[in-house]
Write a protein that binds this ligand. Structure first.
Ligand code: HEC
Length: 124
């Protein structure tokens, strides 16, 4: 982006330069729009995951787990800030259960995915 802006400031170098300049700009615009959209989708997922973590499951994750981002202090399960599970590990635990943690069979794949994204992102 910064590079194409620079090219733009030398518009006086002639008409050919100007054409290249506007091409550069539109490519940059499309790219930044694409990354803005991807970013929005990601944070929507994380928001959904956070809501699920706080009170969207039965029993709620917060009852058993400490997670600073969610403001939870449960001590029945491991402290997730310390464990730092990756996305796959969270999904496995939620989907299948582990130890005394129950399997959350009522959750859709999308919900498990949102939870996994949220928790793994919050502890990174
Ligand atoms: C009833 C209490 C309880 C609830 C509710 C609960 N957990 Fe757990 N969780 C545990 C316990 C206990 C363990 C450790 C199990 C073991 O290692 O034997 C655990 C382990 C985990 C782990 C680590 C898994 C691993 O591979 O070591 C993750 C991640 C996790 N829980 C996420 C969640 C999420 C997300 C939720 C909400 C959907 C949740 N937990 C709800 C008790 C709970």
């Amino acid at each position: 982006m910064a590079v194409s802006m620079q090219t733009c400031t030398s518009w006086f170098a002639g008409p050919r330069r100007m054409v290249r300049c506007s091409l550069n700009l539109s490519v940059a615009a499309v790219l930044s729009l694409a990354s803005a959209l991807a970013c929005a989708a990601d944070s929507a997922d994380a928001e959904a995951g956070r809501a699920l973590f706080l009170k969207g499951t039965t029993p709620a994750c917060v009852i058993c787990h400490t997670l600073a981002d969610a403001g939870s202090t449960g001590t029945i399960g491991p402290n997730l800030d310390e464990l730092k599970p990756d996305e796959n590990r969270v999904a496995q635990a939620v989907r299948n259960g582990i130890g005394v943690m129950p399997a959350f069979e009522a959750l859709s794949d999308e919900q498990v995915q949102a939870l996994a994204k949220y928790v793994s992102g919050a502890v990174r």
